[in-house]
Design a protein around this ligand. Structure first.
Ligand code: ATP
Ligand code: HMH
Length: 265
C-alpha cells in the first residue's frame, strides 16, 4: 500500500518550513507527498523577504489535479494567507470530501512577518476549523483564535476546549512558546487530555518546527495511525530534528528532517 498526503501551504525558498518541510517530512515517514502552493515566499534563516500569493484559480487547479488522480489519505494546511484562499480550500475539502484534515493555523513567521492577513482569522474560525480533524496551534495562535490569555497549563486546557467547540475533533496545542525548562504539548480529544513533556533544547535553530511537527502528524494519519500514535511519532520526529541540528544559515536555521530516520537504524 502506498500512502499519500497532500499539503496546501506556502513555499519557503529556504527549505526549512512550509511546503518544503512538509514534503521532506512526508518522505522521511514513507508517505508520498503532494502539494498545492498557496503563496510563494522569498525566505531564509534571517527572515521573510517577500510574499507572493498565487491567484485563486492556480490554488484551486492544483487541488483538483491532485485529488482527481492521486486522492490523498490525509491533507495538511499551512500558510493560507487570505480569507479568499481559506474560503476556497474549505469549499474544495467539502467538494472532494477530503479526509484526515490537519489544520496548522500558521499566522506569523518566527521573525514576525505576517503569513495570514488579520481579516482572514474570522474565515479560518468559521469556515475551515469546522472541517478540521486536527488543529495544531502554538500558544500565540491559540490565543488569537480563542481571544483568551494563555499563561498556565489550565489556561491551555480551557483554550483547547474552546477550539474543540468550534468543531475540531482533536486539538494539539504545541508548547514551544511556553516558558520554563520543560515543554508541554497537549492533545485534547473532546473527553481526555494527553500530555507530552520534554526538556527544552537550547538552540536557535527552530525554523519550521511547527510545520514539521504537523506534517509528521499528517503522514501518520495517512497511514491509518490513531491520533495518539500520530502525535507520539511526531513528537519523536521533531525532537530528533531539533537535537541533531544542521547549524546552517546565519539566522534561525532549519531543523534536521533526516535525524529521525537515522535514529531508527
Ligand atoms: N526548543 C525546543 N526544544 C524541544 N522541543 C521544541 C523546541 N521548540 C519547539 N519544540 C517542539 O516543536 C514542536 C513545534 O512547537 P512550536 O510551539 O515551536 O511550534 P511553532 O511555533 O508553530 O513553530 P514555527 O512557527 O517555528 O514553525 C512542538 O512539539 C514543540 O514542543
Ligand atoms: C511558507 C511558510 N509557512 C509557514 C511558516 C511558519 O514557520 C513559514 N515560516 N513559512
Amino acid at each position: 500500500m502506498v500512502y499519500k498526503a497532500l499539503t496546501i501551504a506556502g513555499s519557503d525558498s529556504g527549505g526549512g518550513a512550509g511546503i518544503q518541510a512538509d514534503l521532506k517530512t512526508f518522505q522521511e515517514l514513507e508517505v508520498f507527498g503532494m502539494s498545492a502552493i498557496t503563496a510563494v515566499t522569498a525566505q531564509n534563516t534571517l527572515g521573510v523577504q517577500g510574499v507572493y500569493p498565487l491567484p485563486l484559480e492556480a490554488v484551486a487547479q492544483q487541488i483538483d489535479s491532485v485529488v482527481v488522480d492521486l486522492r490523498p489519505h490525509a491533507v495538511k494546511t499551512g500558510m493560507l494567507f487570505s480569507s479568499s484562499i481559506i474560503h476556497l480550500v474549505a469549499s474544495k475539502i467539502k467538494e472532494h470530501q477530503l479526509q484526515n484534515i490537519v489544520v496548522d493555523p500558521v499566522m506569523i513567521a518566527k521573525g514576525g512577518a505576517p503569513l495570514l492577513q488579520k481579516e482572514a482569522i474570522a474565515s479560518l474560525k468559521s469556515e475551515l476549523l469546522p472541517l478540521a480533524d486536527v488543529i495544531t496551534p502554538n500558544i500565540p495562535e491559540a490565543e488569537v483564535l480563542t481571544g483568551m490569555e494563555i499563561r498556565t497549563i489550565d489556561d491551555r486546557k480551557e483554550a483547547a476546549k474552546a477550539l474543540h467547540q468550534l468543531g475540531v475533533n482533536y486539538v494539539v496545542m504545541k508548547g514551544g512558546h511556553g516558558d520554563g525548562e520543560q515543554l508541554v504539548d497537549l492533545l485534547y480529544d473532546g473527553v481526555r487530555f494527553y500530555e507530552w513533556v520534554s526538556p527544552r533544547i537550547e538552540t536557535k535553530h527552530t525554523h519550521g518546527t511547527g510545520c514539521t511537527f504537523a506534517a509528521a502528524i499528517t503522514a501518520q494519519l495517512a497511514k491509518g495511525k490513531t491520533i495518539y500514535e500520530a502525535v507520539d511519532t511526531a513528537k519523536q520526529f521533531i525532537q530528533a530534528a531539533i537535537e541533531d541540528e544542521l547549524g546552517i544559515g546565519q539566522g534561525h536555521g532549519p531543523t534536521n528532517h533526516w535525524a529521525f530516520r537515522r535514529r531508527q537504524r
